[in-house]
Design a protein. Structure first.
Length: 331
C-alpha cells in the first residue's frame, strides 16, 4: 500500500495556542466511503479554538481544523460524487484539516465550482454553511419574511459578514452587533441595516429603539455567556433564541420557566454537523451557498492569511478578537 507524508498540526493535550505543534504524518489510501485530498488552503474557525482548549474535548493526540479546499487525489470504494482530479471543498468532522494531505469521509466533501478559488472555498464552507442553516433552516414560528427584524451578534466575524449579505438578499432587516466602531462599519458595508457597538452602547436599549419596542423575531448568537440574558429580552413574543457558539464562554444553566413571562419564547442550540449529517443535505446546502457566492449576492472576505507553521499566532489573533471576516492558512 502506497503511503505519503504530510505536515499536520497536532495537539497532545488541551491548552493554549502553544499546544499546536507541526508534525510529519503518514497518509495512506482511502477506504470505502473515503477520499484522499491534497489541500491548497485551510480555513480557520472558532470551533478550532474550542477543540484546542477542551471546551469540546477530544481524545489525545488530536488533529485540529474543520474546513479546507483542494484537489481529490484518490477515491475509495463506493464514492460516486467525486473523482480523482476534482476541485473540492468541505466543512466536516472528524477534525484534522490543518495539514497538506489527508484521508477523510467523502460524504461532506463537495465539488468546488471552477469560478470559486481554493482560498475562497476554504474560507467559506463552515462559515457559509452555518449562515445558510441559520437563515434558511433555523427560523422562528411562522418563518422569516422580507421586512422582519433579526439580531445577529458578532456581525463582523466570518459567519456574520456572510449572514449580513445573505439576510439583505432575503429582504431581512438585520441588526448587527460588534465590539468596535470599525467592525460596526464593516457590518453596515456588508448589508446590516443597523450596527450596535456593544462596547459603547446597551444593545438591548438600541434594539428596542430600532424596532419601536417590538423586538426581533430571532436572535442569532455565537457569543454565548456575555450576550445571552439581554438577547432573550430583545425578542418579540414567540421569538426564537438561536445559540450556535460560545465565544465569551458557555451560557449558564437557566430555568425554562423564564421563557413564558418573556413572551413564550423558543430556544435552540444549533450545530452545523447535525445539518450536514447526510450527503444529500450537505449538497443541497452547499448548492445554495455556491449560488449565493457565484451570483455575487455574498462576497467572501478573506481578511487574514497565515502560513500553516504560523498557526499559533493565528489562534492568538482569533481569540483576541483581532480578526475580521475569514482567515485562511496557506500551504
Amino acid at each position: 500500500m502506497t503511503s505519503h507524508t504530510s505536515r499536520a498540526i497536532q495537539i497532545d493535550q488541551h491548552g493554549g495556542p502553544d499546544q499546536l505543534k507541526l508534525v510529519q504524518v503518514t497518509v495512506g489510501e482511502p477506504g470505502p466511503g473515503e477520499i484522499r485530498i491534497r489541500h491548497h488552503a485551510v480555513g480557520l474557525n472558532f470551533i478550532d479554538v474550542y477543540h484546542r482548549t477542551g471546551l469540546y474535548p477530544m481524545p489525545m493526540p488530536a488533529r485540529v481544523g474543520m474546513e479546507a479546499a483542494g484537489v481529490v487525489e484518490a477515491v475509495g470504494e463506493g464514492v460516486t460524487h467525486l473523482r480523482v482530479g476534482d476541485r473540492a471543498a468541505y466543512a466536516s468532522t472528524p477534525p484534522g484539516s490543518y495539514c497538506d494531505l489527508r484521508v477523510m469521509p467523502a460524504k461532506t466533501v463537495c465539488q468546488l465550482p471552477d469560478t470559486i478559488s481554493f482560498e475562497t472555498g476554504a474560507a467559506m464552507m463552515l462559515k457559509g454553511l452555518t449562515a445558510q442553516y441559520l437563515l434558511k433552516r433555523t427560523q422562528p414560528q411562522g418563518g422569516l419574511q422580507p421586512g422582519d427584524f433579526v439580531l445577529f451578534h458578532a456581525a463582523a466575524g466570518g459567519v456574520g459578514l456572510i449572514a449580513c449579505q445573505w439576510a439583505k438578499a432575503m429582504g431581512l432587516r438585520l441588526i448587527g452587533t460588534a465590539g468596535s466602531e470599525s467592525k460596526c462599519a464593516l457590518a453596515l458595508a456588508n448589508g446590516a441595516e443597523f450596527a450596535i457597538n456593544y462596547a459603547k452602547e446597551d444593545f438591548l436599549v438600541r434594539v428596542k429603539e430600532i424596532t419601536a419596542g417590538q423586538g426581533v423575531k430571532v436572535v442569532y448568537d455565537s457569543v454565548g455567556k456575555d450576550t445571552w440574558d439581554k438577547s432573550l429580552d430583545c425578542l418579540a413574543p414567540f421569538g426564537l433564541m438561536a445559540s450556535f457558539g460560545n465565544a465569551s464562554g458557555p451560557v449558564a444553566p437557566f430555568a425554562p420557566g423564564i421563557l413564558g413571562p418573556k413572551g413564550s419564547l423558543y430556544v435552540t442550540r444549533q450545530t452545523l454537523f447535525t445539518h450536514i449529517a447526510t450527503r444529500e443535505a450537505t449538497q443541497l446546502m452547499a448548492d445554495d451557498l455556491f449560488a449565493a457566492v457565484t451570483s455575487g449576492q455574498v462576497k467572501i472576505h478573506i481578511d487574514q492569511r497565515y502560513r500553516l507553521e504560523d498557526v499559533q499566532q493565528a489562534h492568538r489573533d482569533l481569540e483576541a478578537r483581532k480578526t475580521t471576516g475569514c482567515t485562511v492558512l496557506t500551504l
